[in-house]
Design a protein around this ligand. Structure first.
Ligand code: GLU
Length: 606
């Protein structure tokens, strides 16, 4: 979501800024803009893609300093006037901003009464006007004093026409990283836009302000207190992913899952001991044995993975476990028990709602560990301990490979926890074996995905699609419905199969497509009864079931078999046909599957 790039150096700034924005495109945005230093400041903005901004910025002046932004609208429509950068009245101060200014109504009213004419509907525009109001020649002091009036979240970069030698940067709740190169400094909201220039970086913390010059960076607290500079070398895999011959990133990432699940398992399954090892947890068996409850916190796909993980933890480790939606959890004054372990699940590691939940748990003295894909991300750093998914960069906005890796990581944790309780060595070995065999099963399904096209024909023009599953298949049904909404915009919902008769069955009529996730597990027979209820209403069943299960197949209009696997690991294979179904439906309907409308990859606002 929303990207920031700032540059001050020796090279022409525009190509650096535009290339940086391109590397942040995968995060999702709706408009973009750039400002270059000059007399006057040179500003171009465009609705749409970075490529539209490239067109709009063709006749740019030479400049070695500039700021740029991709916007994901929160306040004000998607228009050129609302795109960033925003300027003060004299057009001598330009600001790019990620986040939300919560007290913007009061600030706009006050500034308007002082004679400021707003040129956009955004919350952001209060910033350049406020900075101007406090500007008495010292740019850092002006930003500092302006921010004292701001409530909300921000990552900002401010460019002053009067101060060609610096950019002023500040953060509260929205990530910013400063890359320190040779004679040049790059600021961005994501290391992805920095690493091609330098791997020496300073991560800004909340309530910090940085003065960025060609020589480097100086950081202080927003209150002016000095802060020790912590320059780090980032490793991590930040290569811009390529599609490896696939027409879309989403399809490439679906097919990458045998490898990504294997990477997540690598070195972590101890088959002989029937155990798993997650070094980043830094927990002894004694620490693990002391845990009395587990809460998985996430949003969207990560929440669904958390649900599947919590079920496995309860089933195998017999520890009460549940999943919580981060945005709900954090705002309802949650109870944080000292004997609980909280797991914050996020692909990007920047999800604002999940970060807020973590801070709430930490404030209440609780223990939170991260389950994160992006190395060095804010959540990984805030938790300090946890497990990295090692999925590699996920570029498609709709998450696929991160889901299977999140489930895999949670199953590894399940095995660790279960073995500190009453899971025996032989049972532990079985679980380890099931996990170790997962990548092959994923590969086996993807090599022969079955008649997904026929399922697409059933759903592409449907007014409503229902997804059903029981037990471990319920989070999979939720995830399947989420994918179909995200990339194909087909109206659908997911229910626990047993709950259908309490309401959604009223939606069924002749030909309504119903996707039933029914692997061969302890709940299969009950799920078959639900399929018969669906069939009796003339609805069409698309069944995801275990290979060779002829009874389930015989009830389906379209049958999508997956390889047999232990019930707790079944989400790793049953989700695959649903990912392909959403992808192919999106293509059939002419959607932009890698960048669906309104969505962002890394949801950095609340
Ligand atoms: N709230 C700001 C706006 O709507 C910034 C959004 C963003 O983070 O991209 O313009």
């Amino acid at each position: 979501m929303c990207g920031i790039v700032g540059y001050i150096g020796v090279k022409p700034a525009l190509p650096v800024l535009l290339e940086g924005l391109r590397r942040l495109e995968y995060r999702g945005y709706d408009s973009a803009g750039v400002a270059l230093l000059g007399e006057p400041l040179w500003l171009r903005r465009a609705v749409g893609r970075v490529s539209d901004l490239v067109q709009a910025a063709r006749e740019a002046p030479e400049a070695t300093v500039g700021i740029a932004h991709t916007r994901w609208a929160t306040h004000g429509g998607v228009t050129e006037a609302n795109a960033h950068p925003h300027l003060d009245a004299a057009s001598r101060i330009a600001v790019v901003h990620n986040g939300i200014i919560e007290n913007m109504t009061a600030l706009r009213a006050q500034l308007t009464s002082e004679g400021v004419a707003f040129r956009s509907e955004t919350d952001t525009e209060v910033l350049p006007h406020l900075v101007r109001r406090h500007y008495e020649g010292d740019p850092v002091d002006a930003v500092q004093r302006a921010l004292a009036h701001i409530r909300g979240t921000y990552g900002i970069v401010v460019l002053f026409a009067d101060h060609p030698e610096l950019l002023v940067v500040a953060r509260n709740g929205s990530p910013l990283v400063v890359g320190v190169g040779e004679g040049e400094t790059v600021v961005a909201s994501d290391p992805q836009a920095v690493v091609q220039h330098t791997r020496r970086v300073v991560y800004l913390q909340d309530r910090e302000l940085a003065v960025v010059t060609r020589a480097g960076v100086e950081v202080r607290g927003l209150d002016g207190a000095p802060v020790d500079l912590n320059v780090e070398l980032i490793d991590g895999d930040y290569d811009v992913a390529n599609r490896e011959g696939f027409p879309h990133f989403m399809l490439k990432e679906i097919h990458e899952q045998p490898r990504s699940v294997r990477r997540c398992l690598r070195g972590r399954v101890q088959s002989e001991d029937g155990m798993a090892k997650l070094g980043g947890f830094q927990m002894t068996p004694r620490d693990l044995a002391a845990i009395q409850r587990i809460v998985c916190i996430g949003c969207g796909t990560s929440y669904h993975a958390g649900m599947a993980g919590a079920m496995a933890i309860e089933a195998l480790a017999r520890i009460p476990a549940r999943a919580e939606i981060a945005s709900e959890f954090r705002h309802r004054h949650p109870i944080v028990m000292r004997d609980a372990l909280f797991l914050a699940i996020s692909q990007s590691g920047e999800t604002a709602d999940t970060l807020g939940a973590i801070q709430e748990v930490q404030l209440k003295g609780g223990e939170v560990l991260g389950v994160v894909n992006v190395v060095g991300s804010t959540i990984a750093r805030t938790c300090g301990r946890g497990v990295y998914l090692h999925s590699g960069p996920e570029v498609a906005v709709a998450s696929t490979k991160a889901f299977t890796s999140q489930v895999t990581a949670l199953l590894l944790l399940t095995l660790m926890l279960a073995r500190t309780r009453d899971l025996s060595l032989p049972r532990g070995q079985e679980v380890a074996e099931a996990l170790a065999s997962a990548p092959e099963k994923v590969a086996h399904y993807l090599a022969n995905p079955g008649p997904v096209d026929a399922a697409v024909e059933l759903i592409r023009d449907a007014r409503y699609v229902l997804f059903l599953g029981r037990g471990f298949s319920f989070p999979v049904a939720l995830e399947g419905a989420l994918k179909l909404k995200e990339v194909a915009y087909v109206p659908c919902e997911a229910y626990p199969a047993g709950e259908m008769k309490h309401g959604p069955i009223a939606m069924l009529e002749q030909g309504t497509p119903v996707v039933c996730v029914v692997p061969q597990d302890a709940q299969r027979d009950k799920a078959i009864s639900n399929m018969r209820e669906v069939q009796a209403r003339g609805a069409h069943i698309i069944a995801v079931h275990t290979e060779g299960d002829d009874e389930v197949a015989s009830l389906a209009t379209v049958s999508l078999p997956v390889p047999p696997i232990a019930d707790f690991a079944s989400p790793l294979v049953t989700v695959l046909p649903l990912q392909l179904l959403a992808y192919q439906a999106g293509i059939a309907l002419g959607r932009d599957v890698d960048k669906p409308r309104n969505l962002a990859k890394s949801v950095t606002v609340e």
